[in-house]
Design a protein around this ligand. Structure first.
Ligand code: G3P
Ligand code: CA
Length: 268
């Protein structure tokens, strides 16, 4: 949990490096989480999808096109959907050169590789199940992998939040493993909040739709673990907006520019 403010103070929100330190290194790669750790950010966010042969991989788009050289390596396989490629095929792709020649050869990590590097770096993870409608059963598979890697043990549960834009997916994660902290990506109405609070510990809205009143309304409900709902908002990349949402009382800020947000909201 974010630190609680004393009376009259504003709590400093947790800063979460979106897709890793994605303005310094190619998003969702091992390099991006190494960079976040080097810069002193313990929380990273990622996106999980599934290959044709059932491997969980870390990538944002449902297509490989934007962040890899798939068009060169596999011409004629348009629209280059993640779900239409095997893990071995994806392992051949360069996921770094599009960002900078300095990262040539970076790979699309499997979730297993990614979790091991997060562990190695002593980081905390906001794991997004991306496009779950394309991958039936991905919630169970993700939890199984997390369990195999030790992330569902007591000592790790405080370092993990699983989120999705798909409320059914969040509810499924909660029902399968109630001990896991969950987050719904979106902005339920105040009337809808009691229903969401049965299965989600955090409500994570876009900062563009935020107000102090809405943050207070979310905090007023208890989540499935009997504690007040929390809120990480996204994706805040400038100092003015960061100060504004910190003033609203959000618990965390998801950002592509974590150092900008950190200096904007630090108490010093
Ligand atoms: O974590 C929030 C944010 O990642 C949601 O948007 O499209 O970047 O996955 P997107
Ligand atoms: Ca995401």
């Amino acid at each position: 949990p974010a630190s609680r403010a004393l009376a009259g103070e504003v709590a400093v929100p947790t800063v979460i490096a979106h897709r890793g330190a994605s303005s310094h290194a190619p998003e969702n790669t091992l390099a991006s989480i190494d960079k976040a750790a080097q810069l002193g950010f313990s929380w990273v966010e990622n996106d999980v999808q599934r290959t044709k042969d059932g491997e969980l991989v870390v990538i944002h788009d449902d297509s490989l096109r934007r962040t890899t050289d798939v068009e060169d390596v596999f011409p004629g396989r348009a629209p280059w959907k993640v779900k239409d490629f095997t893990a071995a095929e994806i392992a051949r792709l360069d996921a770094g050169s599009w960002f900078s020649p300095a990262y040539a050869g970076a790979r699309v990590p499997t979730l297993k590789e990614y979790m091991r590097r997060v562990e190695h770096n002593h980081e905390k993870l906001l794991l997004e199940i991306k496009n779950p409608e394309l991958y039936p059963g991905i919630e169970q598979e993700t939890l199984k992998l997390l369990g195999n890697e030790g992330w569902l043990d007591r000592g790790h549960l405080g370092r993990l939040v699983v989120q999705s834009f798909d409320a059914d997916s969040v509810r499924t994660v909660h029902e399968l493993r109630p001990a896991v902290t969950t987050a719904y990506l979106g902005t339920p109405t105040v009337t809808q909040l009691p229903r969401y609070a049965r299965f989600t510990d955090l409500v994570n809205p876009s900062f563009t739709s935020l107000s102090a009143g809405y943050v207070a309304a979310v905090h007023a409900f208890d989540g499935p673990h009997g504690r007040p709902l929390r809120m990480f908002t996204w994706t805040v990349d400038d100092a003015v907006a960061a100060r504004e949402v910190a003033g609203y009382g959000v618990d965390g800020i998801i950002t592509n520019r974590p150092e900008v947000v950190r200096s904007a909201v630090s108490a010093d």
